[in-house]
Design a protein around this ligand. Structure first.
Ligand code: AMP
Ligand code: GLY
Length: 423
């Protein structure tokens, strides 16, 4: 098969790694891809939002399967466009990707179908939002409705901060049209777990659990980022938690989408919080997590292409989804100063070590080639993943491998997976 992956980050590198491993894949393309993906796939400089060009390319190269990795093209309707052109595509259509594309939609869905989530109200009028906040309990959470690169969530400790938050989201439009509508949500506490799943419209099969570290600094301090590291599985995702989620969250979400006339095919990412009252859904995403994919996919035993095809064909119930009985940790190597401002174009060395070691992966996120020299080209540069018999071993391995890599303004958190010591 000719397979095309759409996206350019560490997540797409992990997807491409699995796609390349599949016996079904003859030729692998990635649009636009990155320097790491280019080592084993043909990268084509077409942007993920250039739908016409992607469709034309898929026809020209006789692509048998497209896997869309990123949220923006999914929410924008790339799957619909490719299907209309007769190209077989993995990912939700636009009317289902709204599960991630609109937080107001997903909150209303959960309320209607009794799926556990934090209490909330939706607002399109900033005056009404401000009025509501007068009598609200703090802290409180403000969320821009639409996609905001994971940055549209503000936790406000008092009325003053919340007023400022409404201004930021709805009046100053810091997150653009994502702030035309806003969710005001009860602040809940507990451990966070990411559970990714494959869905074929009817059947859902969850993957092994993971946890992300979103803040830039050690001890969960500093600004929110796209994710500074992950580990899998989460020791806090116990059998009891899994049973609860199976009963009240996973299938309920898939059934709700079907009942709404929006059957979901693709990956649903459940962002869960394990509260004292039980697990609650913080957010849905309509794709693999980044950097969750970098710890979950290397542990998957199945052939990714076979699972993806089962989702498209509606035969996921026949798939026995299996993960290795081990653990993985991913430490993100970023450019010093991320997520605010940072230098690019810095030469990177040491990656040849990864070819010599089994169970170690270097997923590229913000890199490019200048001539023959690999250089940094983004805030998150590389995701260093290592496996181990258990989480402690995986963490030690990942941090050892992080030292193989050298570039001048290299920055990483030193406590990825530290929470496992408390488990
Ligand atoms: P989201 O994009 O909805 O996952 O939100 C980003 C982060 O904000 C989450 O990972 C949580 O750490 C935090 N968060 C979101 N919603 C809530 C909430 N209702 N209560 C407490 N923290 C929240
Ligand atoms: N790691 C969180 C996300 O992919 O949204």
């Amino acid at each position: 098969m000719n397979v095309l992956v759409v996206g350019s980050g560490g997540r797409e590198h992990a997807i491409c790694y699995c796609a390349a491993k599949s016996e079904k894949t003859d030729k692998l393309y990635c649009t636009p891809g990155n320097a790491g993906i280019a080592e084993f796939a043909e990268c084509v400089p077409i942007g993920a939002m250039e739908f016409d060009k992607i469709a034309a390319f898929a026809k020209e190269k006789e692509i048998d399967l497209v896997i869309v990795g990123m949220d923006d093209p999914l929410v924008g309707g790339l799957v619909d466009e490719l299907e209309a052109a007769g190209v077989r595509t993995f990912g939700p259509r636009k009317n289902a990707a709204i599960l991630e594309g609109s937080k107001a939609f997903s909150k209303d869905l959960m309320k209607k179908y009794n799926i556990p989530t934090a209490a909330y109200e939706n607002f399109t009028d900033p005056e009404k939002a401000l009025h509501y906040l007068e009598t609200a309990k703090f802290p409180i959470v403000l969320k821009a409705d639409g996609l905001a690169l994971g940055k549209g969530v503000l936790i406000c400790n008092n009325l003053e901060e919340a007023r400022e938050g409404v201004k930021t989201i709805m009046l100053d439009k810091k997150f653009g049209s994502a702030g035309n509508e806003m969710v005001i949500e009860e602040f809940i506490t507990g451990r966070e777990v990411s559970v990714l799943s494959f869905v074929d419209g009817d059947t859902i099969k969850t993957m092994t659990s993971a946890q992300d570290h979103k803040r830039a600094g050690d001890g969960d301090t500093g600004l929110n980022t796209g994710g500074m590291g992950t580990f899998s599985p989460s020791p806090f995702y116990t059998k009891e938690v899994d049973e609860f989620c199976e009963k009240y969250i996973y299938q309920a979400t898939v059934d709700a989408m079907k009942a709404e006339g929006r059957p979901f095919k693709g990956v649903i990412f459940f962002g869960l919080m394990l509260t004292e009252e039980g697990p609650k859904v913080l957010e849905y995403n309509a794709r693999f997590g980044d950097p969750e994919a970098q710890v979950v996919l290397p542990r998957m035993k199945n052939d990714l292409i076979e699972v993806v095809e089962a989702c498209i064909d509606g035969t996921l119930d026949q798939v026995d989804l299996q993960f290795e009985d081990n653990a993985a940790v991913c430490v993100v190597l970023a450019s010093e100063g991320y997520p605010v401002s940072y230098e690019k174009g810095v030469p990177i060395h040491g990656l040849e070590e990864f070819d010599k070691h089994e169970g170690y992966y270097c997923f590229h996120a913000g890199t490019k080639l200048e001539g023959d020299q690999l250089v940094t080209s983004g805030g998150r540069v590389l995701g260093i993943t290592a496996k181990g018999a258990d989480l402690k071993e995986a963490r030690a391995n990942a941090y050892a491998a992080a030292e193989w890599v050298q570039f001048d303004n290299k920055y990483m958190r030193h406590d990825i997976g530290k929470a496992i010591d408390e488990a």
